[in-house]
Design a protein around this ligand. Structure first.
Ligand code: R1P
Length: 290
């Protein structure tokens, strides 16, 4: 058995995992991820009970029950670099024995559901709608550090590389799919099916210009016009690709439920972001126990 060194599996003095500051018994097998620390309580306000509250850096965790189901809610902060930490540490909490520092013989599978905000790049997907990411494409390079070829949809990668030459220079796109069981569980006529682009930044990487010009003026247009096997990129945010990629490699099930708060094609922004995200939270909670 491979014994993980103190420098690789880093535990705090109380035995908790390094960044999340959590002990194995403090998490449920159903995990809700949000970007914003303040969104954690926006979810757990609907819980029957909250048994765990732990905060460290941007990682705010609460575990409790919703209609009798044990659920953990964690804020990840912004970006796939944080997702690398959160997914690896969540997996370690269930699949590594912290006493022996060895991988447990029995695998525990987590359900990992992101409830995030996002901007649509297709005119017909309006603000205040809910979108499930059936597919995700990462422009952030995280997955390329792992042996991840098998879980990527290579034909989509190649089609995207041909279509978006800007990313050939900056980051090779990787396309990964959501868990099909969770898609079935969370789908309904009320929500859009989407293909979510996760970008390494908020401004130029998503085609936004404030004062600095873009290398490719037409980047947003190129993202919006990509189409392969009848799938178009529908929306942009900053985490889903890494959540899908790492979940798949680690043997967990993942899905992103997006609250569309901006439409980049029309220039619209929601008039009530709090209400939009609350609608998405209530939708996701109902589907979890439905
Ligand atoms: C950018 O404003 C942040 O909002 C979106 C993006 O993915 C990025 O994290 O998601 P969250 O609202 O979940 O943070």
């Amino acid at each position: 058995m491979n014994h993980l060194a103190a420098s690789e599996l880093i535990l705090n003095q109380d035995g908790s995992i390094y960044h999340l500051n959590l002990l194995p018994e403090q998490i449920a097998q159903t995990i809700l991820l949000v970007g914003d620390q303040n969104r954690v309580e926006k979810i757990t306000q609907y819980f029957d009970t909250v048994e765990v509250v732990v905060k460290k850096r941007e990682f705010h965790t609460q575990t409790g029950t919703y209609k009798g189901k044990r659920i953990t809610v964690i804020s990840t902060g912004i970006g796939t670099d944080n997702i690398d930490i959160v997914l690896n540490e969540l997996d370690a909490l269930v699949n590594i024995d912290f006493d022996t520092r060895e991988i447990k013989p029995e695998h525990t599978q987590l359900d990992i559901i992101r409830i995030g905000t996002s901007g649509s790049i297709q005119q017909e997907i309006p603000v205040d709608s809910i979108l499930l990411s059936h597919l995700a494409v990462g422009f952030d390079s995280l997955l390329h550090f792992y042996q991840s070829d098998e879980i990527q949809l290579e034909d989509f990668n190649k089609a995207l590389e041909r279509h978006l030459d800007i990313y050939d220079r900056n980051s090779k796109p990787y396309v990964v799919a959501a868990d099909q069981h969770l898609i079935a569980q969370f789908s309904s006529p009320e929500v859009y099916e989407g293909f979510t682009g996760s970008n390494v930044g908020f401004y130029a990487p998503q085609g936004r210009v404030l004062r600095l010009p873009l290398r490719d003026d037409n980047m947003k247009g190129k993202l919006a016009t990509f189409s392969h096997r009848g799938k178009k990129i529908t929306n942009l945010e900053m985490e889903t690709s890494a959540i899908y990629g790492l979940s798949k490699m680690l043997g967990h099930r993942a899905l992103s439920v997006n609250s569309i708060i901006a439409n980049r094609a029309t220039g619209n922004f929601t008039s009530d972001g709090a209400q939009a995200i609350d609608k998405t939270i209530r939708y996701a909670l109902d589907k979890l126990v439905g």
